[in-house]
Design a protein around this ligand. Structure first.
Ligand code: NAP
Length: 494
């Protein structure tokens, strides 16, 4: 089944940090794929911006290399690279100085003034303010201009406010797109379809029928070269404050009246504001911090975090598990267990909605245990949905019960490759659709909930629990959920 993909209006997109990892690995390949699918009009321009003195030709050559790397296994797409590169150019600009800005501004103004202009800030947040200031000085912030800002948006509420204030002095809130690429993932958008385009689930989507929800974002990698950056962040800030709370909001929000951007975002904001506080009084009971030690990953021995970091004494967590609760009528008493970490056994992101047990069993004891139903929404890898149901094991030998999944892999069901989240999100910016981006108050509400947890950890003399690389985190994380008579979902054991 093929769907016509609508073309967006011609645009200019300047990528600040255009030579960096994110631009080369994600943004340019995403734009390229949309170009191949004819969604990007040929008159659009993509302008890489960074300090390195490169010619257009040199920049195009490095973009071509990055695309070849990103498209490994898709040789049929390589022939489109030259046409795409015709849309790409480069300007050397130092965000913190005046050099290069006039030239950049002249280039940006050489087109129709009504054309959509996107400024993607794929740089360290330290220079967002400088970039915005220069954009205003050159009058590039007006009209159909939009700015996209990447995480991290601050390291606490105060610093997030400072970034939002600074960007907000130049751009209107409606022009600011705070990106969380998890929201561009197909499964996350499919949550809207599953919940609100089916009559089946919504009547059950509450404390009367749902026992608890688990959200896991597990990585197999360690901190690699990002050690110094990561050490100032940690798993709570890097993953939970943004991606995982966004997922929690999508699961827990009330049905919005429509898909209008503010309507959906208002509902998510209400969830964040309903989260019960975790602070010094209960953090030890409701949160677990871990830090990976040496162990085995990917079939080989790997060093511990401190070794990767190159120094001792860090208390930064590379793993966090916590038990959150949304204090409202729909979710009262339903725990949301969240866990994320590095050097875990599997790279997997998933949401598991665990339904309540049946009230009474008619089956004989020897028939097997009746397991509660589970809905598993897999974000990566192999995006899809599994609904675990009880069924009779086939054949004679009495009525034996077994738990089997109704299994929908999106790739199999639709026969199309799943687009990368950035493909969707970048075109949403061009279209001016902010539904899948975070408004200021959402980012700040998330920090407002996270800050007391960080403060509680800081004031505690406890260090993070060690866990061997290649395991599911410290045993305290297992205890966190097992204390409540529940277990972490494990696809292999179902
Ligand atoms: P990166 O590889 O270090 O790239 C930084 C880019 O900024 C380079 O192109 C650099 O080029 C440019 N730059 C640095 N100082 C500049 C200045 N004064 N003026 C103009 N350009 C300057 O970083 P990254 O990994 O791409 O990450 C970019 C941002 O996205 C960061 O905030 C990061 O946290 C966020 N992010 C990254 C990822 C990812 O997968 N990489 C994922 C999510 C979020 P020059 O040195 O030549 O100027």
């Amino acid at each position: 089944m093929t769907h016509h993909l609508p073309t967006v209006a011609p645009f200019d997109m300047a990528i600040f940090g255009g030579t960096g990892d994110l631009a080369m690995r994600k943004l340019l390949p995403a734009l390229f794929r949309r170009f191949v699918d004819d969604q990007i009009p040929p008159t659009s321009r993509i302008i890489g911006v960074a300090r390195a003195e490169l010619t257009d030709g040199e920049y195009r050559a490095s973009v071509a290399e990055a695309l070849q790397r990103a498209l490994a296994g898709h040789a049929e797409l390589l022939e489109h690279i030259p046409a795409f590169l015709e849309r790409v150019c480069y300007r050397a600009v130092d965000a913190t100085a005046t050099a290069g800005w006039q030239d950049f501004a002249t280039l940006m103004r050489s087109d129709d003034p009504e054309r959509v202009r996107v400024f993607y800030l794929s740089t360290s947040p330290d220079i967002f303010v400088d970039i915005c200031r220069h954009l205003r000085e050159h009058n590039l912030h007006r009209g159909n201009s939009r700015v996209v800002i990447e995480k991290p948006i601050g390291h606490d509420l105060e610093s997030a406010r400072a970034i939002n204030d600074a960007v907000g002095t130049v751009f209107e809130e409606s022009q600011i797109y705070r990106i969380d690429h998890y929201l561009g993932k197909e499964t996350v958008q499919n949550l809207l379809a599953l919940r609100f385009a089916n009559a089946l689930l919504e009547p059950l989507w509450n404390a009367a029928h749902i026992d608890h929800v688990q959200i896991t974002v597990a990585e197999t990698v360690g901190v690699e070269q990002r050690g110094p950056y990561y050490d100032h962040s940690g798993a709570l800030r890097d993953m939970l404050q943004n991606h995982m709370l966004q997922l929690l909001c999508m699961v827990a929000m009330e049905p919005p009246a429509s898909l209008a951007p503010d309507t959906v975002r208002d509902e998510k904001l209400k969830v964040l504001r309903s989260l019960k506080p975790i602070d010094a009084g209960n953090a030890a009971r409701l949160t677990v911090r871990g830090q990976y030690r040496a162990g085995a990953s990917g079939g080989g021995a790997v060093p511990g975090y401190l070794n990767d970091l190159g120094r001792d004494g860090s208390r930064t967590e590379t793993f966090v598990a916590l038990k959150a609760e949304v204090g409202n009528w729909r979710w009262s008493g339903v725990p949301f267990y969240l866990r994320t970490g590095k050097r875990l056994p599997q790279r997997v992101s998933e949401i598991v909605v665990n339904f309540r047990a049946i009230p009474y069993s008619i089956f004989a004891e020897g028939s097997g245990t009746v397991q509660p139903n589970k809905l598993v929404l897999r974000l990566q890898p192999d995006e899809g949905v599994k609904l675990w149901l009880m069924a009779k094991y086939p054949g004679p030998g009495g009525l034996r019960l077994t738990c089997v999944p109704l299994d929908m892999s999106f790739a199999d069901a639709f026969g199309v490759a799943q687009p990368d989240a950035y493909e969707r999100l970048l075109l949403d910016v061009v279209r001016g659709n902010p539904t899948l981006f975070m408004p200021r108050d959402e980012v700040e509400a998330a920090w407002r909930w996270i800050d007391p947890i960080l403060a509680a950890w800081q004031s505690s003399s406890d260090a993070p629990h060690g866990y061997a690389a290649g395991t599911w985190g410290p045993s305290a994380s297992v205890a966190l959920i097992e204390r409540d008579g529940r277990t972490w979902h494990d696809d292999d054991n179902d």
